[in-house]
Design a protein around this ligand. Structure first.
Ligand code: ADP
Ligand code: MG
Length: 369
């Protein structure tokens, strides 16, 4: 799905033109002097769309249900810095220290938590919910929930667990207040380092994962055919990706270019793993989630997407920490919702076009259990 944010005050003041328009029915139109293009997506939310509309129209509810059923579900927010990724996922809480965000502005995450807890209650108390919150900064994994100064945690692999982060904190929760406070704590820690290190937060990937474990054996096969093979533990992972802008344009040098290289490496690897997954056309009128569409957020690797099935090589999850951590979600029975965020401003035209190009090529990628 695509989300177009409104022009900011600064953009309006300096006279930027709005070059992105939603045409309805999943079509989005970009018009500027030498560019005129229309793209089609599962859904497009323009500047006027409320946070609630995005939640209801994105298929997020179904994704929560699938996670409850034992699938590995992932939501990615992708786009250049300032395009509205954090706003879409969390609302303006990430910006304001003082006032709590108004309920109408809560993002996909808080809304999903509410939905998750409702479903968990309605299905009986046989499920335990816990959350972990990590960030990947310069190819280092840090725990955003554990107290004390951030330290890098090792990423390990085991036959039974696949890739996992050693000593990662996973906190059980039973109420909305508890999980929202974990989210706030974590983003506060991320923000603190953002002050210390220039633009830190837009240079790091943040992953909040909800683990849904069955406390008791639940009824088998409820509503799921043989083609679906949910694991016993469902997960719902929210990924706030680092800005996708190209290194050259941000004028990175020194420390910044190290950051930019790590970001590019993981985005590239992510694109590559998607590239090696099954590519087949998704139906035009399926819900964003029901079509099981995985969208690659970046890359030269997009060309791989169109590869015929026979030519696919192994999935290079080992290429970056991000893809290693997401291996389970991205492969097999993983279900991914990609939220491509774009700015409507004429000044962001080239990034907007590249985001739209990648996202639309990627609509054709589906994963198979
Ligand atoms: P990113 O996380 O992609 O770098 P942010 O989510 O921080 O971008 O958004 C950049 C700015 O734009 C913030 O000030 C945010 O409040 C504002 N913004 C983003 N999306 C919207 C929206 N849909 N409606 C209103 N303001 C928005
Ligand atoms: Mg952000």
């Amino acid at each position: 799905i695509i989300r177009v944010r409104p022009l900011t005050c600064t953009e309006t003041r300096r006279g930027d033109r709005q070059v992105v328009h939603s045409l309805g029915d999943g079509a989005v139109h970009v018009s500027a002097a030498r560019h005129d293009a229309t793209f089609g997506f599962s859904a497009v939310f323009d500047a006027g769309a409320s946070q609630e509309a995005v939640f209801e129209g994105s298929g997020m509810r179904q994704l929560v249900e699938l996670a409850m059923d034992g699938f590995s579900c992932t939501v990615f927010a992708f786009g250049q810095t300032g395009s509205g990724k954090t706003y879409t996922l969390m609302g303006p809480l990430a910006q304001s220290d003082t006032e709590p965000a108004s309920p109408a502005l809560l993002g996909l995450m808080q809304r999903s938590f509410t939905c998750l807890l409702e479903q968990s209650r309605s299905r009986g108390s046989d499920r335990a919910l816990s959350a972990s919150y990590l960030e990947i900064y310069n190819e280092q994994v840090r725990d955003l929930l554990s107290p004390g100064p951030p330290c890098a945690l090792p990423l390990r692999w085991s036959k039974t667990r696949g890739f996992y982060v050693e000593n990662q904190l996973s906190v059980e929760f039973e109420s909305l207040e508890a999980i929202v406070s974990l989210l706030l704590q974590g983003s506060q820690r991320r923000r603190t380092s953002a002050h210390a290190l220039n633009r830190h937060s837009s240079r790091s990937h943040a992953l909040l994962t909800i683990h849904i474990r069955g406390r008791a054996v639940s009824a088998p096969g409820e509503g799921w055919g043989v083609s679906a093979c949910p694991s016993k533990q469902g997960t719902l992972c929210f990924v706030d990706l680092a800005g996708s802008e190209r290194v050259k344009e941000t004028g990175s040098s020194g420390e910044l270019s190290v950051e930019a290289n790590s970001i590019n490496r993981s985005l590239l690897a992510l694109g590559k793993s998607w590239g090696t997954l099954h590519g087949s056309p998704a139906g035009p009128h399926q819900s964003p989630v029901a079509s099981f569409v995985a969208h690659p957020p970046a890359g030269h690797c997009i060309s791989l997407l169109a590869k015929p099935r026979g030519k696919r090589t192994h999935i290079p999850f080992r290429d970056s920490k991000l893809t290693r951590l997401l291996a389970r979600s991205l492969g097999g029975s993983g279900i991914t919702l990609m939220v491509a965020c774009i700015s409507p401003s004429s000044r962001c035209l080239s990034e907007t076009l590249s985001t739209l190009h990648y996202a639309s090529r990627a609509r054709r990628v589906t994963t198979r259990p």
